[in-house]
Write a protein that binds this ligand. Structure first.
Ligand code: HEM
Ligand SMILES: *[C@@H]1O[C@H](CO)[C@@H](O)[C@H](O)[C@H]1NC(C)=O
Ligand SMILES: *[C@@H]1O[C@H](CO)[C@@H](O)[C@H](O)[C@H]1NC(C)=O
Ligand SMILES: *[C@@H]1O[C@H](CO)[C@@H](O)[C@H](O)[C@H]1NC(C)=O
Length: 332
C-alpha cells in the first residue's frame, strides 16, 4: 500500500507538474493536439478553406495573418475582432486600425461553417483564426509552426482596446515598443513580426503623412528614399485617393520572404512604423540587418514570435465559449 501510494504520488507529480508549470505562463493551457480526438479533421479543414480563398485572391493570406494580430492585441486571442455590432456589442471592426482596412471575415465564416458541419460546437473561432494565420503564412512561402490550440471565444468586444492597443503606423518607436511590451512581447518579437509586412497592402491614408508633411513643417519624411517617395506620390495625392492600395513590400509583394528588411535598409519601408525600426533603436536596427542578411533566421524567429503572440491571454477551460457563428455570441 505504502509503495503503491508513493508510486501514485510520483506518477501524479510527473504527470501534473508540467501542467502546473505551464499554467503560469500565458497560453500554458494551449497545445497543438487539442482537437486530435474531438475533431481530428479540424486542421485539414481550415487549411483547405484557406487554400481555396488564397487561390482566389492572393492578398487574402496577408489579410488573415493581420486579423489574428488584431485579435490577439485586444484582450487576447479570443476572436473578439470577429464580432459584429449588436445590441450589447460595439464591433472592433469600426475601430481606427480596422475600419475600411481589416478583411477576411467571410473566409473565417466559411472555415467556421465547415468546422461546424464536421464537429458542431467544438472548434473555437479564435483557434480557427490562429490556424488560418499559420496556413496563410505557409501558403505565401513563409515558415510553418505547430499552433497551440484550446482557446475559447469571448462574449464581448472592446472598441477602445482596438483603438488604443494596436500600434498605429505613425506611432513613435517607443510607443510601438510599449504596445508590444504590454502584450508580453519584446523588441525581437516586434521586429520579427513586423516582417509580416513582406506580404499584403496598405492604403494611401496609412502613409500619406510621410510623403508631404511628416512633422507638420511642410517637409516630407527624409528617411524615405526620394525616388520611391516620388513614385508613391503619383497614386497617393495630398488629398483624395485615401483607399488607393500599395504593396507593403514592393519587391516581392505576395511572397513571404525577407525583402521587407532589405527594403528598410534601402530606405524603402512603406510605413513610418517600418522605417523607424532602422533609425530609432540600435537593438531593432541590428535585428533588421540580421534578418535582411539571413532569411532562415527571420523565419525561425517569426515562427517563435507567432506562437508567443498567439498565446496572449487566451480564454481557456470554462471561460468564454465556442461560438456557433464567429460574428455573434451564442444565445444564453
Ligand atoms: C509593429 C506595428 C504595426 C503597425 C504600426 C502596423 C500597421 C499596419 C498598417 C497601417 C497596415 C495597412 C493597413 C491599411 O492601410 O489598410 C498594415 C497591414 C498589414 N499588417 Fe501590420 N502593423 C504592425 C504590425 C503587424 C503585425 C505584428 C502583423 C502580423 C503578425 C501585421 C500584419 C500585417 C499584414 C499582413 C498587413 C497587410 C494586410 C492586407 O493586405 O490585408 N502587422 N499594418
Ligand atoms: C457599430 O455601431 C456604431 C454605433 O452604434 C457605429 O458607429 C459603427 O460604425 C458600427 N460598426 C460597424 C462595423 O458597423
Ligand atoms: C497619426 O495619424 C492620425 C490619423 O491620420 C492623425 O490623426 C494623427 O494626428 C497622427 N499623429 C501624429 C503624431 O502625427
Ligand atoms: C503641415 O501640417 C501643419 C500642421 O498639421 C499645417 O499647419 C500645415 O499647413 C501643413 N503644411 C502643408 C504644406 O501641408
Amino acid at each position: 500500500m505504502a509503495v503503491s501510494m508513493t508510486t501514485f504520488m510520483l506518477f501524479s507529480v510527473l504527470v501534473f507538474a508540467p501542467l502546473c508549470l505551464s499554467h503560469k505562463s500565458n497560453g500554458g493551457y494551449l497545445y497543438p493536439q487539442y482537437y486530435d480526438h474531438s475533431c481530428p479533421k479540424a486542421l485539414e479543414i481550415v487549411k483547405s478553406v484557406v487554400a481555396k480563398a488564397v487561390a482566389k485572391e492572393t492578398r487574402m493570406a496577408a489579410s488573415l495573418l493581420r486579423l489574428h494580430f488584431h485579435d490577439c492585441f485586444v484582450k487576447g486571442c479570443d476572436a473578439s475582432v470577429l464580432l459584429d455590432n449588436s445590441s450589447n456589442i460595439i464591433s472592433e471592426k469600426g475601430s481606427n486600425p480596422n475600419r475600411n482596412s481589416a478583411r477576411g471575415f467571410e473566409v473565417i465564416d466559411d472555415i467556421k461553417s465547415a468546422l461546424e458541419k464536421e464537429c458542431p460546437g467544438t472548434v473555437s473561432c479564435a483557434d480557427a483564426l490562429a490556424l488560418a494565420a499559420r496556413d496563410s503564412t505557409v501558403l505565401a512561402g513563409g515558415p510553418t509552426w505547430d499552433v497551440p490550440l484550446g482557446r475559447k471565444d469571448s462574449k464581448g468586444a472592446s472598441i477602445s482596446g482596438s483603438n488604443n492597443m494596436i500600434p498605429a503606423p505613425n506611432n513613435t518607436f517607443q510607443t510601438i515598443l510599449t504596445k508590444f511590451k504590454l502584450q508580453g512581447l519584446n523588441v525581437v518579437d516586434l521586429v520579427a513580426l513586423s516582417g509580416s509586412h513582406t506580404i499584403g497592402n496598405s492604403r494611401c491614408t496609412s502613409f500619406r503623412q510621410r510623403l508631404y508633411n511628416q512633422s507638420g513643417n511642410g517637409q516630407p519624411d527624409y528617411s524615405l528614399d526620394r525616388s520611391y517617395a516620388a513614385q508613391l506620390r503619383k497614386n497617393c495625392p495630398r488629398s483624395g485617393g485615401d483607399q488607393n492600395l500599395f504593396f507593403l513590400d514592393f519587391v516581392s509583394p505576395t511572397k513571404f520572404d525577407n525583402f521587407y528588411f532589405k527594403n528598410i535598409l534601402a530606405s524603402k519601408g512603406l510605413l513610418s512604423s517600418d522605417q523607424i525600426l532602422l533609425t530609432k533603436s540600435s537593438a531593432s536596427m541590428d535585428l533588421v540587418k540580421k534578418y535582411a542578411e539571413n532569411n532562415e533566421l527571420f523565419f525561425e524567429q517569426f515562427a517563435k514570435s507567432m506562437v508567443k503572440m498567439g498565446n496572449i491571454t487566451p480564454l481557456t477551460g470554462s471561460r468564454g465559449e465556442i461560438r456557433k457563428t464567429c460574428r455573434k455570441i451564442n444565445k444564453s
